[in-house]
Design a protein around this ligand. Structure first.
Ligand code: FDA
Length: 305
């Protein structure tokens, strides 16, 4: 892995750095470039604007690694409020939600995480939409897939996320190919024992996994900004006789917005992942690690130049 990327990811997990950055007068623009805002109204406004441009969305209430029952409950309530507002705004058809199990109790009580995720799935169903479970670092993969299987007994449309950098993922794709699966490269610093660490190997595995998902009868969701992979997916989709609407592309809010609109204009389903909430730090650091060119812009804003 690129040394700067490793450094930024290490900083993302460092409490002292977290405190420094979170309390520094970070320019609103830097955060707003990748995060919709701090509250439900901000999230719904951004979802409405994107829907107006023909883009679908998945909304993520930012918060991870909760070790506190009350905080986990607050996260659930935030999702319930969001789902209500999306429904009221007539956005439920184009907006789903993404949930990190670590934000609803996975780190200390898997049963609680399942119960909390179930509350969100039930509310999503009532509002006419669905949920995708984000995937976090590799130590949580089995637990997350276990919770997913439980949720799917009642809500079969709950989406899974698989990360192409993990060596196990091709097998997971085969297991889940008949379902809704988001395929991404993977955003965490993982050891070589479990993950491909060279970019080319990750890309190659992404294409292998994409083939499995496109050949299956599920609904693949290709989450990547990589122009090469977007082009390959387009070609493979034709090869597997997949029509637009039987799969989708996904990109992050603020990343390649012109490409998002271009793909939507060609008739493809493009879903934008929109994070919001006060806990933006870990998310922002992962985005900076992916694109160290953005780091200079960020550091300048910290020191006010
Ligand atoms: P990568 O970062 O390798 O970039 C490849 C190329 O894409 C670059 O060379 C450049 O051409 C282009 N590009 C990338 N970023 C750009 C930018 N900022 N501006 C312009 N061009 C850019 N991860 C995870 O572990 N668990 C999860 O649940 C999710 N969920 C998720 C949902 C969605 C909708 C997305 C898009 C991504 C995720 N991820 C994720 C993150 C994912 O794993 C990955 O870290 C990022 O998407 C970055 O990988 P890329 O595929 O974009 O390629």
């Amino acid at each position: 892995m690129n040394p700067l990327r490793s450094l930024i990811l290490a900083a993302a997990g460092n409490d002292a750095v977290r405190r420094l950055v979170s309390t520094a007068p970070v320019s609103r623009d830097v955060v707003r470039r990748f995060v919709a805002g701090e509250n439900t109204e901000d999230a719904v406004a951004v979802a409405a604007a994107l829907a107006g441009d023909g883009l679908a969305v998945t909304l993520d209430y930012l918060g991870e690694h909760t070790t506190d029952r009350e905080l986990a409950d607050r996260t659930v309530l935030a999702y319930l409020e969001l789902l209500d507002r999306l429904h009221e705004a007539g956005l439920a058809a184009s907006a789903e939600v993404s949930v990190k199990l670590s934000a609803v109790g996975q780190a200390f009580d898997q049963g609680l995480a399942l119960a909390n995720a179930s509350r969100i799935c039930a509310a999503a169903e009532q509002c006419g939409t669905t949920v995708t479970l984000d995937m976090e670092d590799h130590t949580t993969t089995d637990s997350t897939l276990g919770v997913l299987a439980e949720l799917r007994r009642t809500w079969p449309s709950v989406g899974a996320v698989l990360q192409a950098y993990l060596r196990r993922t091709l097998g997971d794709c085969r297991d889940l190919a008949g379902t809704r699966v988001r395929l991404c490269k993977g955003a965490y610093a993982e050891p070589e024992s479990v993950a491909h660490t060279e970019a080319d190997e990750v890309d190659l595995n992404y294409v292998r996994c994409a083939n499995v998902l496109l050949a299956g009868d599920g609904y693949p969701m290709f989450a990547t900004h990589d122009p090469r992979l977007v082009a390959i997916i387009g070609e493979r989709a034709k090869w597997y006789d997949r029509k637009p609407g039987s799969y989708e592309y996904q990109m992050l809010y603020g990343v390649r917005p012109d490409e998002q609109r271009r793909l939507a204009e060609t008739g493809e389903t493009m879903r934008v992942y929109v994070p919001y909430g006060g806990q933006w730090y870990g998310y922002l650091m992962r985005r900076l690690a992916e694109r160290p060119a953005n780091t200079t812009f960020f550091l300048r804003s910290l020191v006010g130049t």
